[in-house]
Design a protein around this ligand. Structure first.
Ligand SMILES: *Cc1c(COP(=O)(O)O)cnc(C)c1O
Length: 504
């Protein structure tokens, strides 16, 4: 049974065939057309079909050829195909359709937006060290839960915990599936059937599906809101405390900032208050930074270590936002609090797999040396890129475009802004140089769409030549903006090639 995509594709096949009707100007009787249809055995002997059978499996290729034959037969019956369809033609369309259909839905794209932590595009690009660690561990057996020295069972949590403690100064730590899971776990463990006190200014929604009130409800904790949207005082928290209080929750308002007449207690003040009443403080830092990014022109953000130092019992943060690692939720804090978390049955449901642990361990190791971290972790490198480097990259891209395309494309380097993205550093505009381009015969919208299509014109749909990656760019004031800050590997070359094809 064919999916919808295949059927859509087949219509264009038949269209392509019917256009030949007018050019060839010869008509055949239906029986002639049926008789001229290629023989399946012959097609199966075709070198390209043999090759495709190795790639996709024989049954898949056979089914596709059959489906094509059936469609041509129906088209002949309907009279929409009036010229002969030979084996090479049928094989062409069958293999092209197959290549499209078999292309992974999760695939590489080129991020030309300048938005560094782009949640829709997969957030952080991993460091080479992390990629190598994943390949090493995933391609064989590993010490995931095995203590080699003792020859006995070990814990998968140990790999990350030591590093987390070393890097943040925490007594203990644990990593789970993502930060949403980390918050859910902590709330469930410490406030289920109890009350969690949270400021009205921090009842945030992050990325549509993570809302503080919903997470509280899911955990079985009753949320007690205190203060107002713009101002919450320490005393507001104090007044809400009672015998049922299980936790104070402080949430980083990651994707917005309340400016002006606004106030919210510090971690230190809340931790002090909590200590008086013996109520632990959970701080959801969202992005969470391990190094101070202020020297690189980014706004001040309290680091994970500072939150711990200020007295938070637990701090949670994401693995794939500013940290630049794989998707994960990291929790650090007091030994007793982490040990309590580790006993909770949810930990089993939220645990990390070996590939993520490998990538996370490798990423965290780079943080032992902050210069190394900045040089090796793509997210940090892009965020802290000097303005001169941003300009050089843009100039380089412009030069490549000009020598490849000449005056078929207008391109110039202009100053613009890039963003941290991903609900990180909401107020941080990163000054950035971009190349803005305009094609003579295409509107900016059309050009942006064609870039996003990757390649729809060339022979890229042939099985051996997977389509080039889609390029995601911004449009403004009649121009397409390309920010090479977020390019990796050979992205610039691909962008130039793709643009060449589009405006050819
Ligand atoms: C991003 C964010 C989350 C969710 O983190 P994920 O790792 O995406 O699950 C939770 N809280 C805050 C404050 C955030 O910024």
């Amino acid at each position: 049974m064919l999916d919808d995509g295949t059927r859509v594709e087949s219509r264009s096949t038949i269209d392509a065939m019917s256009t030949q009707k007018s050019t060839q100007n010869s008509t055949h009787t239906q029986s002639e057309l049926y008789r001229a249809l290629p023989n399946m055995d012959d097609m199966l002997d075709d070198a390209r079909v043999v090759q495709a059978s190795h790639t996709y499996g024989r049954t898949v290729v056979l089914d596709m050829l059959r489906a094509r034959l059936d469609e041509v037969r129906s088209a002949i019956t309907l009279g929409t195909v009036t010229t002969t369809v030979d084996a090479p033609k049928l094989i062409d369309t069958a293999l092209a359709t197959l290549a499209l259909r078999e292309m992974s839905t999760l695939r590489r794209v080129i991020n030309a937006t300048g938005i560094v932590v782009h949640t829709n595009l997969g957030r952080s690009v991993l460091a080479d060290e992390a990629l190598e660690a994943v390949a090493e561990v995933a391609g064989g057996y590993s010490t995931l839960e095995y203590n080699v020295e003792a020859g006995e069972r070990g814990s998968r949590h140990d790999h990350i915990e030591r590093l987390l403690c070393e890097l943040t100064g925490a007594e203990a730590g644990i990593a789970v599936n993502n930060n949403a899971a980390a918050v859910l776990l902590a709330l469930t463990c410490f406030a289920k059937g109890k009350e969690v006190v949270v400021s009205r200014g921090q009842l945030v929604e992050i990325g549509g599906s993570f809302r503080i009130p919903d997470i509280c409800a899911q955990s079985g904790a009753r949320m007690v809101e205190v203060g107002t949207t713009n101002k919450t005082h320490v005393a507001d928290y104090g007044k809400a405390f009672g015998s049922k209080t299980g936790l104070i929750l402080k949430v980083h308002t990651s994707n917005f900032d309340i400016v002006g007449f606004a106030e919210t207690p510090t971690t230190f003040e809340l931790a002090q208050l909590g200590a008086q009443y013996d109520v632990p403080l959970l701080e959801d830092q969202g992005s969470g930074v391990l190094i101070d990014l202020k020297p690189f022109g980014l706004p001040y953000e309290p680091t994970v270590t500072e939150a711990l130092f200020s007295g938070a019992s637990l701090v949670t943060f994401s693995g794939d936002k500013l940290l630049g690692g794989p998707q994960a939720g990291l929790i650090v804090g007091s030994r007793w609090a982490i040990d309590t978390l580790k006993q909770h049955p949810l930990v089993r449901a939220l645990r990390l797999d070996k590939m993520t642990i490998a990538a996370l361990e490798a990423t965290l190791k780079l943080y032992r040396d902050h210069d190394l971290a900045r040089a090796r972790i793509p997210t940090l490198r892009m965020l802290t890129m000097r303005i001169e480097e941003s300009r050089e990259r843009a100039e380089m891209l412009r030069g490549m475009l000009e020598s490849a395309l000449g005056d078929r494309l207008t391109c110039e380097v202009v100053e613009d802004v890039a963003y941290a993205g991903g609900g990180s550093l909401p107020m941080a505009d990163l000054p950035s140089f971009v190349v803005r381009v305009r094609a003579a015969k295409l509107s900016a919208r059309e050009l942006e769409e064609r870039l996003r299509d990757g390649d729809t014109t060339g022979p890229a749909t042939a099985p051996q030549n997977p389509a080039t990656p889609p390029i995601v760019a911004r449009v403004r004031d009649g121009y397409v903006l390309l920010d090479p800050r977020t390019f990796v590997r050979d992205d610039a070359e691909i962008v130039v090639e793709t643009l060449s094809r589009i405006v050819a």
